[in-house]
Design a protein around this ligand. Structure first.
Ligand SMILES: CC(C)(COP(=O)(O)OP(=O)(O)OC[C@H]1O[C@@H](n2cnc3c(N)ncnc32)[C@H](O)[C@@H]1OP(=O)(O)O)[C@@H](O)C(=O)NCCC(=O)NCCS
Length: 183
């Protein structure tokens, strides 16, 4: 049984650890091994989540964390509502612990997030950025009805270059329907 909770400051350390761990596996071959194997990965994730949850929270930003009954953190997602005038709300993170992937946790997290967006920002689009090389995550988003809208090449914090794609749903309701298998 998985419990989904709204993210609060107390989740900071668990989220930073999950985020760093997920980068080390999912982004292998995208970031350099030197960067992924260094302490910088977890340190930069800790700094990011300290800003997001404590020192500089963005107005309206929110997320959900999945925990097992013992309280162990298994995955999280985060969003910035009404972030972009054209594309709508930004789904900025979705990570499930490597040893718990493929068990429906990502689906439950996206369900919580899209229900909230559909309740408060129903008319806006919903979008995310995913690395071109992250074919597994792209397949999940396509399975859930997102469409690739544009490609961009960016320079990563370790100096590597990588292509990423903007995936979009016209509204959070579209994602919700796919998650509820109504689409
Ligand atoms: C991408 C990720 C978040 C998905 O979470 P998950 O818990 O593994 O996914 P779920 O088990 O909830 O599956 C969600 C849906 O996608 C489908 N799916 C999963 N993997 C798939 C694949 N490779 N191809 C197509 N569909 C896939 C599942 O079947 C499920 O749909 P269904 O319920 O209709 O069968 C997770 O695998 C992950 O953390 N990956 C590493 C980090 C990452 O790349 N995050 C995305 C950054 S943009």
């Amino acid at each position: 049984m998985i419990h989904i909770h709204a993210i609060c400051h107390d989740d900071l350390a668990d989220i930073a650890a999950l985020h760093g761990g997920s980068w080390r596996s999912a982004y292998r071959g995208i970031y350099s091994d030197a960067f992924l194997d260094s302490d910088a990965v977890v340190q930069t994730r800790q700094a990011l989540w300290t800003r997001r949850l404590i020192s500089e929270p963005s107005l309206g930003s929110f997320g959900f964390i999945a925990r097992d009954p013992s309280g162990e953190a298994l995955g999280f997602t985060f969003a910035f509502p009404a972030f972009d005038a054209q594309w709508g709300s930004l789904l900025d993170n979705l990570h499930v612990r490597l040893d718990h992937k493929g068990r429906g946790i990502g689906r439950q997290l996206l369900l919580a997030l899209s229900e909230r967006c559909a309740g408060e920002w129903a008319e806006l689009g919903l979008y995310l950025w995913v690395f071109e090389a992250n074919t597994a995550a792209r397949a999940v988003y396509e399975h859930l009805g997102a469409r690739p809208a544009e490609r961009m090449v960016i320079t990563l914090q370790d100096g590597s270059e990588a292509a990423e794609w903007r995936y979009v749903w016209p509204s959070p309701g579209e994602l919700l329907r796919a998650l509820r298998r109504e689409a």
